[in-house]
Design a protein around this ligand. Structure first.
Ligand SMILES: NC(=O)c1ccc[n+]([C@@H]2O[C@H](COP(=O)([O-])OP(=O)(O)OC[C@H]3O[C@@H](n4cnc5c(N)ncnc54)[C@H](OP(=O)(O)O)[C@@H]3O)[C@@H](O)[C@H]2O)c1
Length: 261
């Protein structure tokens, strides 16, 4: 049994596991010998991944298709956790509404809140409570460079990612004394189906999902936040430490506009 599995096993729940970064997390965790609960909406993609993980690593892997915005999410997660010891939560799923805030339907922004804020809050509470009682575990929330300041044309998404970062920071400090490691991983542009589906008009340097997942898992237990990749670390330092806040907001807005207009 690996030290990682001792610390964060026997089960991990990956929310948003059917593609992109979530799939990369699931593959890495299965390779460490953790059993996987795979959550996302697309049952076929989850089932294919579960079959592949069982075959490649001899772990248990269960597809648990659901919409993380469902009103009874707490009950659904409680049912999944009822007879399983979930030692690691990776909350990776996200929804984004790209474009001028007032021109996007309100429902989209509310969905951003539900998937990106309510979901991780609820899962961290349900699963984190059991971890704290057991005295071990981990919670990893996927966040973004966008969460470091306001981001015009991605306003609700950036605000939701700021929520995730600040939530993780608070929980990191609260739970470290109870044996639970908490981390927000701030990614930059990453080559995922979700990124491609956003239809960027220009090419920018992209990280590979497996590199982001590997870095995030390595950073778990080392501090409240980690930025994925060297270039992103420089950008994060520039935006949050060197530039005046209104300059950071303006640069993020210009970059987002150039990418999508
Ligand atoms: N890719 C980037 O450039 C980038 C940059 C910075 C931060 N991030 C962060 O990294 C994380 C993953 O990004 P990604 O690019 O890998 O995303 P992605 O390719 O769009 O995948 C998102 C995952 O979440 C699931 N999901 C989305 N909405 C859901 C819902 N309502 N209920 C259940 N599952 C849902 C999707 O599966 P289903 O469609 O099957 O539900 C999918 O498995 C996100 O938190 C994102 O904010 C990504």
């Amino acid at each position: 049994m690996s030290a990682f599995r001792d610390r964060y096993g026997p089960w991990a729940l990956v929310a948003g596991a059917s593609a992109g970064l979530g799939e990369a997390f699931a593959r890495r965790l299965a390779a460490e010998g953790l059993n996987l609960l795979l959550v996302a909406r697309r049952e076929d993609a989850l089932s294919r991944l579960a079959t592949a993980l069982r075959a490649a690593h001899g772990v248990e892997a269960v597809a648990a298709p659901m919409d993380l915005a469902r009103p009874d999410l707490g009950d659904a997660v409680a049912a999944l956790a009822a007879d399983r010891e979930i030692g690691l939560l990776v909350y990776n799923a996200a929804h984004s509404a790209i474009g001028p805030f007032v021109d996007r339907p309100l429902d989209e922004h509310v969905r951003v809140l539900d998937v990106n804020c309510r979901g991780p809050l609820l899962l961290a509470h349900r699963l984190g409570g059991a971890m704290a009682r057991r005295g071990r575990g981990g919670i990893l929330l996927m966040a973004s460079l966008a969460g470091g300041q306001g981001n015009p044309f991605l306003a609700s998404y950036a605000a939701s990612k700021a929520f995730d970062i600040v939530l993780a920071e608070g929980l990191w400090a609260e739970l470290r004394g109870r044996g639970v490691d908490v981390l927000a991983c701030r990614a930059g542009a990453t080559r995922t189906p979700g990124y491609a589906a956003s239809r960027p008009k220009r090419s920018v340097p992209l990280m590979e999902p497996d590199d982001v997942a590997a870095g995030a898992l390595a950073a778990l237990g080392r501090g409240p936040t980690a930025v994925a990749g060297g270039l992103n670390k420089v950008a994060a330092f520039l935006f949050s430490r060197l530039l005046p806040r209104r300059a950071s907001i303006a640069i993020m807005g210009r970059a987002t506009r150039r990418l999508y207009e």
